[in-house]
Design a protein around this ligand. Structure first.
Ligand SMILES: Cc1ncc(COP(=O)(O)O)c(C=O)c1O
Length: 347
């Protein structure tokens, strides 16, 4: 008897390279990107610079490295950056801003992850030898802890403009910015325009095995290249990975709409299951977060029951669980996940 593999909704980083992507990787023209240049990665960087409306792009192994390099480009030790209270840079990168770059973080609680100009004006510190220098506004879109929320473009444009007026640089953690593009219909270039630098990932919903880029001005990306070497992210025949990213750009962007539709179905089902509450209630893209009411136990206990029902999920806090849809999770898998959720919530 063959057992059915579980529906694994822990993260969109679980995507596996498709056979066509693997073939593209094998066929990629390669070179040494540290000694001189790898032609495939060079092409990817040129395409990403053009698509994001920036002067230059640099390929790095991970979203974490792209963010940390950006912090290094914009700030010096003893500086602080302003960010959302729930952002990835603050919670899930080991405080690397402090460990690697000697920075302080100034988190702000923004309801629904929507930044406001007023809050920004209040936190920027005046010049004084007693305090750190506020140097950067770092935003995230889509917002992971915010349940894949597409942060409204108008709020972003207003805040980034205010930040620049206050003398701050701006960075966007756009690990899932392509999800925002597809969900909103707003072009990538407009989402990137308010920011000095933007990081984007190929290894999440886009389905590449590895890789992110940082985009920005020629000068910032030249600095980023130095920091990438320092952080150990300079790679040799990296076109193997670049080919996967190029394939993803060509074939896997528009299809993110399927992931969003699957997440919407999960959300609709969760709304009907007693004991589970969507939090946030709104599901814009491919992430669904819900709270477990106390009679159903903790998130870990619920996730264990879900696993027994053939569905893998991520405990996201003591009482919250996260589900993420992605390439490789099809409509029948969503049906099974919904059935598993119903069973796990029946005690
Ligand atoms: C919003 C966000 N930024 C950055 C990252 C870091 O990406 P990586 O795992 O490639 O370091 C993640 C990872 O999930 C993320 O969700």
């Amino acid at each position: 008897m063959t057992s059915i593999p579980p529906v694994d909704l822990r993260s969109d980083t679980l995507t596996l390279p498709t056979p066509a992507m693997r073939r593209a990787m094998i066929d990629a023209p390669l070179g040494d990107d540290v000694i001189d240049v790898d032609p495939t990665i060079d092409r990817l960087q040129a395409i990403m610079a053009e698509r994001t409306g920036k002067e230059a792009a640099i390929f790095v192994p991970s979203g974490t490295m792209a963010n940390q390099i950006a912090l290094r480009v914009h700030c010096r030790p003893g500086d602080e950056f302003v960010c959302d209270d729930g952002c990835h840079i603050l919670h899930y990168e080991q405080g690397a801003y402090a460990q690697l770059s000697g920075l302080a973080a100034r988190p702000i609680i923004w309801p629904d992850s929507i930044p406001t100009v007023e809050s920004l004006e209040h936190v920027v510190r005046p010049p004084s030898e007693h305090v750190v220098r506020t140097r950067l506004l770092a935003l995230e879109n889509t917002h992971n802890k915010g349940g894949g929320r597409v942060v409204p473009i108008e709020a972003i444009e207003r805040c980034a403009a205010a930040a620049h007026q206050l003398g701050l640089a701006t960075h966007l953690d756009g690990a899932r910015l392509f999800n925002a593009v597809v969900a909103s219909g707003i072009p990538l270039e407009r989402w990137c325009a308010p920011f000095d630098t933007v990081s984007l990932c190929f290894s999440k919903g886009l389905g590449a095995p590895v890789g992110s880029v940082l985009v920005g001005s020629r000068e910032m990306i030249a600095q980023a290249r130095r920091h990438r070497k320092l952080f150990g992210g300079a790679m040799r025949q990296v076109g193997l990975l670049g080919a996967a990213a190029l394939h993803a750009l060509e074939h896997h962007v528009e299809r993110l709409a399927e992931d969003h539709a699957h997440a919407a179905r999960l959300a609709d089902a969760i709304r009907q299951i007693p004991g589970l509450t969507l939090e946030p209630e709104r599901v814009d893209t491919n992430i669904v977060i819900f709270r477990i009411d106390s009679p159903l136990g903790s998130s870990r206990q619920f996730v264990e029951r879900l696993a027994f029902e053939g569905v893998r999920a991520m405990p996201f806090s003591h009482e919250h669980v996260r589900l993420v849809t992605y390439l490789g999770i099809d409509a029948p898998a969503i049906d099974r996940a919904i059935e598993g959720l119903r069973r796990a919530a029946t005690i």
